[in-house]
Design a protein around this ligand. Structure first.
Ligand code: PMV
Length: 332
């Protein structure tokens, strides 16, 4: 059995606009998804110990699944789509290296402390960890660039083409990264004091991306908002390099306002953003697709955790430390 893990992330800037080719800067944090993969006979079996769902086990052959578990169907379908896609990518990676992988079946056990669909990149972390572990179970060590690219292809398919390379590249490489279209690079970043506020809910990334696309089609001027986010990210990169926290916070606030105008914030996310600002944050914004889930705030961790814990909208608040490892091969 081999085990790999990969981190979740927050977006310092640029979610949604990144789907239209603008730059974005996500940053890996110390929450992880772990995939343990083992060969078996008779189809793929997936077990999930803790996916912020009740534990579930699904077994299926040839990609058709009829799980009987008590979890919302869309979350389960998405989770299974990601794991299934990851296994296909590992098999293809093996095949291109001359390893016959088609007949190989696996048991995949996923354990994750990244809340699902909450803007912290849970699916990317699961996909990266699963591809890597399954490929290694087949005897193939994938270079990180190829792993990130294969993980992106899975997200792109499951999210109906509405995915950027941001989450998957960040989960693979760790640290802060910069994504612009197909260009991905790692950034030298100070260990910023970041706090995450979580409302206990989730948003549907595919649906929210489609919603922004619809808004852009109905109101062509919305494209200006998207490019304003791009300008903001370019300015943010300079502030990051200079460790200029005042400017970073100001830009996070503006980014939240622009995301809100794209219709992807929520009452709970706005409430947590304001609680963090009232608690002395340099700035705060929603992170990820929005609709519900998490915000990220920059400032004194103890003060912000306290401020957020008093906010009725906030279910959990924690100091999100920078993760510099990215993919980890736990058994090596
Ligand atoms: O909520 P998450 O962690 O799935 O992030 C989605 C980020 C988007 O920019 C909205 C989509 C993408 O793939 O970049």
């Amino acid at each position: 059995m081999v085990t790999s893990s990969a981190p979740g992330k927050v977006y310092l800037f640029g979610e949604h606009a990144v789907v239209y080719g603008e730059p974005a800067v996500p940053c890996a944090i110390g929450l992880r998804a772990q995939a343990a993969v083992e060969r078996r006979t008779g189809g793929l079996r997936v077990r999930a110990g803790d996916l912020s769902l009740d534990g579930f086990a699904v077994e299926y052959n040839g990609g058709t699944s009829t799980p009987e578990v008590d979890v919302p169907e869309n979350l389960l379908d998405a989770a299974m789509g990601y794991v299934n896609g990851a296994i296909d990518q590992a098999r293809e990676a093996a095949r291109t290296r001359g390893v016959a992988a088609e007949e190989r079946s696996f048991e995949v056990t996923v354990d994750s402390n990244i809340p699902l669909g909450a803007g912290l990149g849970s699916s990317a972390a699961v996909v990266v960890a699963t591809i890597d572990a399954a490929a290694r179970e087949l005897g193939v060590q994938l270079p990180r660039e190829e792993l990130a690219d294969r993980a992106y292809r899975v997200e792109h398919t499951v999210q109906d083409g509405g995915a950027s390379r941001a989450d998957t590249f960040c989960a693979t490489m760790g640290g802060a990264v910069r994504i612009e279209g197909d260009d991905c690079e790692t950034l030298a970043t100070p260990d910023l004091p970041l706090v995450v506020g979580y409302d206990g809910g989730a948003g549907d990334t595919g649906e929210l991306v489609a919603q922004v696309r619809g808004l852009r089609e109905t109101h062509p001027f919305v494209a200006d908002t998207v490019s304003a986010v791009g300008d903001l990210v370019r300015r943010g990169e300079r502030a990051l390099a200079a460790d200029d926290r005042e400017t970073l916070g100001e830009l996070m606030d503006i980014n939240h306002g622009l995301l809100s105008s794209l219709g992807v914030s929520a009452r709970s996310l706005d409430a947590m953003v304001w609680a963090a600002r009232d608690g002395g944050a340099h700035g705060a914004k929603l992170t990820g697709a929005g609709g519900g889930g998490c915000i990220v705030a920059l400032g004194d961790p103890a003060e912000l955790e306290r401020a957020l814990s008093y906010a009725p909208a906030c279910d959990d608040a924690f100091h999100a430390q920078l993760d510099t490892d990215g993919l980890r091969r736990e058994d090596e």
